[in-house]
Design a protein around this ligand. Structure first.
Ligand SMILES: Cc1cc2nc3c(=O)[nH]c(=O)nc-3n(C[C@H](O)[C@H](O)[C@H](O)COP(=O)(O)O)c2cc1C
Length: 171
């Protein structure tokens, strides 16, 4: 453990490294733009906020091309990715990629793209948006949940990992 004073210029690098030491899952967050086209991005900043009402949050970078779509449209869907979704996550985290070109998503009853084989599918709508530095904090009210039996994917130290690995069992 290093506790020596950090040069302020090095905080962002050290911060990224610290965050990579915190295991998370990966979500694919989707909506539609003003033009009716699907929009989305990969996000590991997903977490629960409140049980009653059921609220979750995801932070989106203000420079993301899809940022304005999530500000202008209140209807969102959050899918927790499974082990089969590594290629999809890579596409969803690549600016300018044809994210929906693979045909994995279908529109739900609101027209929001959903991933039918997600580990967990959360239909949600905007509850609040807050400034979060270079990100916008999107707080979502949960409307419907679809749970699948497939385990979620893990993201740890900038690598995707799967839960059935020999050293990934429960204590
Ligand atoms: C595992 C992983 C997690 C990510 N988590 C977030 C996140 O929580 N918030 C965010 O804004 N970008 C996150 N990103 C980066 C975005 O997915 C990426 O910048 C995306 O291309 C932004 O959308 P755009 O293509 O519309 O610009 C993550 C990328 C990866 C690979």
């Amino acid at each position: 453990m290093t506790t020596t004073a950090t040069n302020p210029n090095r905080i962002p690098d050290k911060f990224r490294e610290a965050m990579s030491a915190f295991p998370s899952g990966v979500t694919l967050m989707t909506t539609t733009g003003a033009d009716g086209e699907p929009r989305g991005f990969a996000a590991s900043s997903f977490c629960s906020v409140s049980i009653d009402p059921a609220l979750v949050l995801v932070c989106i970078g203000k420079t993301a091309q899809c940022h304005d779509a999530f500000v202008e449209n209140d209807q969102w869907s959050i899918q927790i990715a499974g082990a089969a979704h590594v290629d999809l996550i890579n596409r969803f985290s690549t600016k300018g990629a044809d994210k929906f070109g693979g045909g994995e998503f279908v529109p739900d009853h609101r027209g929001v793209p959903i991933l039918p084989d997600a580990a967990v599918l959360i239909e949600c709508e905007a509850h609040a948006r807050y400034d979060g530095g270079d990100h916008t904090i999107l707080v979502a009210r949960v409307i419907e949940i679809d749970l699948d039996d497939r385990p979620a994917l893990l993201y740890f130290q900038r690598e995707f990992r799967h839960l059935d690995h020999h050293d990934a069992g429960a204590f």
